[in-house]
Ligand binder design. Structure first.
Ligand code: SAM
Length: 231
C-alpha cells in the first residue's frame, strides 16, 4: 500500500504554536520534507520543528523550489519535487512536507498536493497558525471587528493602494522591502502611520514589533498590518 503525503502548517516561528495534530504526525512520520529556495539552504521550518519534535533518526529531504527563475523553472521544480515525493510514497512510506505558518497561505505545498493527488496518492493538509494571526496577537490588535473586511496581499504592482480602497484592514505579506510604498499609500489616503504595525521574525530570534520605518532593514519574514481605523 502506498504511503500518505501530509502538508503540515507549523506556525510562524514559536514552536509552541505547532498544533497537537501537527506534532503527532511529525512524531510518527519517518520522512520530513522541507521546501527550500536553493540547494544547500537551511530550512527555517525545520529549525522550528526541531525545537518541538525529535527528528534524529528521521530522513530529512530538502526540495528545491526556485522562485526567481520564472514560471517554467518553478513548474519544473514542482514536477521534480512531486516525483521525489511519489517515489517515497510508492515504497509505502508516509512523508510530511513542513511549511511555515498555514499551508493555504502562499505555500508551495499546495502545488505539490495538486500534483501528487492527481497521480492517485492520498494526501492530507494540517492547517497551522498564520504569520498574520500571530502578528496581530503580538501587537494585541484585532485583524477585523464587527462587519469589517480584511485583504491579505503581497506588495505587487498597485496592490497596496487597491486593498486600501476596498478594505478596512489589510495584511501586507512579504513587506520587508516595501516600507516606502506602504507609507506613501497611507499618507495619500490620510491614514495615520500609527495605524500600521510591522511585525518581523515573529516567534523567531530577532523578533521586532514596531512602526513603518523606511530607514530600518527588515528581512523576508516581515508582515505588516494596516488598519484604516485603530480602535
Ligand atoms: C511564503 S509566505 C508564507 C506565509 C505562511 N504560509 C503563513 O501562513 O503565514 C512568507 C511570508 O510570510 C510572512 N511570515 C512568515 N513567517 C513570519 C514570521 N515569523 N514573522 C513575520 N512574518 C512572517 C512574511 O510576510 C513572509 O514574507
Amino acid at each position: 500500500m502506498a504511503g500518505k503525503l501530509y502538508g503540515i502548517g507549523i506556525g510562524p516561528g514559536d514552536p509552541g504554536l505547532l498544533t497537537l495534530k501537527a506534532k503527532e504526525i511529525l512524531d510518527r512520520t519517518g520522512t520530513i520534507v522541507c521546501p527550500v529556495k536553493k540547494e544547500g539552504e537551511a530550512s527555517t521550518a525545520l529549525e522550528i520543528v526541531r525545537k518541538a519534535v525529535n527528528i534524529s533518526g528521521k530522513r530529512i529531504v530538502p526540495l528545491v523550489f526556485a522562485m526567481e527563475g520564472g514560471r517554467e523553472q518553478f513548474e519544473e521544480c514542482g514536477r521534480k519535487a512531486g516525483d521525489v515525493l511519489m517515489d517515497i510514497l510508492s515504497k509505502g512510506e508516509d512523508a510530511a512536507v513542513i511549511t511555515l505558518g498555514d499551508v493555504s497561505v502562499y505555500s508551495t505545498y499546495m502545488y505539490l498536493d495538486g500534483y501528487v493527488s492527481s497521480k492517485g496518492f492520498e494526501t492530507e493538509i494540517i492547517p497551522g497558525v498564520t504569520s498574520f494571526s500571530y502578528a496581530a496577537a503580538l501587537a494585541k490588535i484585532p485583524l477585523m471587528l464587527g462587519d469589517e473586511g480584511l485583504a491579505v496581499i503581497t506588495p505587487k504592482g498597485r496592490s497596496i493602494e487597491h486593498a486600501l480602497e476596498g478594505f478596512e484592514n489589510i495584511v501586507v505579506m512579504k513587506s520587508g522591502k516595501h516600507m516606502k510604498e506602504m507609507s506613501a499609500a497611507m499618507t495619500a489616503r490620510g491614514i495615520p502611520h500609527e495605524n500600521a504595525v510591522v511585525v518581523s521574525r515573529a516567534g523567531m530570534e530577532g523578533q521586532h514589533i514596531g512602526v513603518i520605518d523606511e530607514r530600518r532593514e527588515f528581512n523576508y519574514f516581515t508582515t505588516t498590518i494596516i488598519k484604516k481605523v485603530m480602535r
